[in-house]
Ligand binder design. Structure first.
Ligand SMILES: [Zn+2]
Length: 295
């Protein structure tokens, strides 16, 4: 809902026709008060709505959405998302491999998080027919996808595990919901600023600042998922250094024309990520990686 207040005398915060008159000052006070209430409601809604992640045990702000609603959201948008990338691949063998690697990673979540509850989400691993867009992504509640364009470029099963492990990470960390909750908060604050500032465009400025901030959080999410992917890979018997190969493949692919939301534009530079992955491996396994991992 958008509040519109009567504006006498063409009023912005500083009206075009000189200093604040008595009537205008009263109107400004009302605007500021209403703006403050709207901002407060948005802030309280965001900060009071925390829930504990059943796998990681972290406290998260996900806008009060529970796992059942989350699963429902993913299932409801699954079909349409798949449709945007040519639907499911017709290559049965490749489809089976994607599913098998995804399930294998899922089966070790307990090893990575020994104190976790049973996985509440409904995971699925779908190979999409699109052979032009190099991409992989996940929806809230469990559906994970990889396009044929990315799948075909991968050289080893370990690299596929790297991609799928990263996507499983987005689901486990509930990044989609976190971003939605932040979006809702931002919308509330923009509304508040618009009311308080009259025609000053304060809301627009806040929207720009907020969006930039959110992009930064997005990148942190990506790095968190790379770390998650590494842990799942090692627990499932894959060599996490295969992730570095994935980054090289992405670097090569980014020379192409087709933009892909998940693995290109929203992700940090593959070069930085490759370096960060090497650091993560060195930190997580200071005495070296276990023997016999598959590439
Ligand atoms: Zn990602």
């Amino acid at each position: 809902m958008r509040l519109r207040l009567p504006q006498r005398g063409g009023g912005g915060l500083f009206g075009r026709r000189g200093p604040l008159g008595g009537g205008r000052l009263a109107a400004l006070k009302v605007r500021l008060a209403i703006g403050a209430v709207i901002a407060l409601v948005a802030l309280v809604g965001y900060f009071m709505n925390t829930s504990v992640n059943p796998i990681t045990g972290q406290s998260q702000r996900v806008g009060g959405i529970d796992e059942a609603q989350e699963i429902q959201m993913g299932l409801a948008s699954m079909q349409q998302m798949a449709g945007e990338f040519g639907g499911e691949s017709s290559n049965a063998q490749a489809r089976a491999l994607v599913d098998q690697v995804g399930r294998r990673l899922l089966s070790v979540v307990d090893d990575v998080y020994p104190k976790s509850e049973t996985i509440p989400w409904q995971f699925s691993f779908t190979l999409l027919a699109d052979d032009q867009t190099v991409n992989a992504f996940a929806l809230p509640g469990g559906p994970c996808f990889i396009t044929e364009a990315l799948f075909k470029r991968l050289e080893t099963e370990g690299q596929l595990a790297g991609v799928m492990g990263h996507e499983i990470g987005h689901v486990i960390h509930r990044h989609g919901l976190e971003r939605m909750a932040k979006g809702k908060l931002l919308q509330g604050l923009v509304g508040a600023a618009n009311v308080a500032g009259g025609d000053m465009g304060a809301g627009q400025i806040l929207a720009v600042v907020g969006n930039t901030k959110m992009l930064k959080y997005g990148r942190e999410d990506e790095l968190e998922c790379d770390e998650e992917g590494i842990k799942l890979m090692v627990a499932a018997g894959y060599d996490p250094r295969s992730m570095i190969g994935v980054m090289e493949i992405l670097k090569e692919a980014s020379g192409g024309a087709s933009p892909s939301p998940e693995w290109k534009s929203s992700h940090p530079h593959p070069e930085n990520r490759a370096q960060r992955i090497e650091e993560l491996i060195a930190t997580a396994y200071p005495n070296g990686l276990p023997q016999g991992l598959r590439r």
